[in-house]
Design a protein around this ligand. Structure first.
Ligand code: ZN
Ligand code: ZN
Length: 287
């Protein structure tokens, strides 16, 4: 039997309340999950009520999840690099609210996309603007860690290289409250060839060199519709895209990423159970 700690799951529905997410994850054999803590298409939401928070804690215990296995995902509306002051202010307020919710739910990490100035600022100015926005978010919330996700590079989005994430980490005031998440589809679309074990090793070596492996706290496991370097953010079920099975086998065989939530955001939820079982099989861990 394997003694590895491998957490694999999916970004599950929180429809009807965040307290429903643990059951939705358990139903597909997940040992990790992501969720939205509020409607991701709106800027504002009513606060979490006490009953929902305690029901979430109960469900976490009932289905055997700890905070180490869960990483909420922030709204896609958030853009801390936005050249529009209005959008940026809404992003800061919204992300701070999402980080507060994360902490209220007894969780630590909140995953978000760094953002883009849509080419209106230089790359370095944009990275500094994002870092400054993160400082303001962290200054408004006690506790919690903002987790930067790498991106496919679509629309001049920041985070297409690990060095972008490293520079943001360098610019923020509280680097201890900032970490990173690697999305496999985004990495591949941004030009990281992770179709083979050596390709995955090269990416992990870059993460280790640029930010340190301790800063890598989660992975998004998605195959890619777009080709290597296409900058297209289009997810596919595991093994059916351009990355393919060998790439995911290499990731799951790599014990350096043990203990981090690895979360599917693939487009066919009815197949998540099957995809999770496949990935657990690669890692050699039982269902
Ligand atoms: Zn992702
Ligand atoms: Zn994506």
């Amino acid at each position: 039997m394997s003694t590895r700690t491998v957490y694999v799951g999916a970004h599950v529905s929180a429809a009807g309340g965040v307290n429903n997410a643990p059951a939705n994850a358990a139903a597909i054999g997940a040992t990790a999950f992501a969720l939205f803590t509020r409607n991701q298409r709106r800027w504002t939401a009513k606060p979490l009520d006490v009953e929902t928070v305690s029901a979430f804690h109960e469900a976490m215990a009932q289905y055997g999840f700890t905070g180490d296995q869960v990483i909420p995902h922030a709204s896609y509306l958030v853009n801390l690099g936005s050249p529009s002051e209005e959008t940026r202010e809404k992003s800061i307020t919204g992300l701070a609210d999402e980080l507060s919710r994360t902490v209220e739910l007894g969780l630590r990490w909140l995953n978000f996309h760094p953002g883009t100035s849509k080419g209106e600022l230089t790359e370095d100015e944009t990275l500094r603007r994002i870092a400054d926005g993160m400082d303001r978010v962290l200054g408004q919330v006690e506790g919690g860690v903002l987790v930067l996700e790498n991106t496919a590079g679509q629309g001049a989005s920041m985070g297409r290289s690990i060095s972008h994430l490293a520079r943001i980490l360098e610019y923020v005031r509280e680097p201890d409250r900032v970490a990173v998440c690697i999305d496999t589809c985004h990495a591949f679309a941004a030009g990281y060839d992770i179709r083979t074990a050596p390709g995955w090793d090269a990416l992990i070596a870059e993460v280790e060199r640029e930010v340190g492996l301790d800063k890598l706290v989660a992975l998004h496991l998605n195959d890619s519709t777009g080709e290597l370097g296409s900058t297209k953010d289009r997810h596919r079920p595991i093994g059916e895209g351009e990355i393919g099975t060998a790439g995911f086998r290499a990731i799951l065989e790599d014990s350096r990423v043990d203990g981090r939530p690895m979360v599917l955001e693939t487009p066919e939820p009815e197949r998540w159970a099957e995809e999770i079982a496949l990935l657990k099989g690669f890692a050699g861990v039982a269902g």
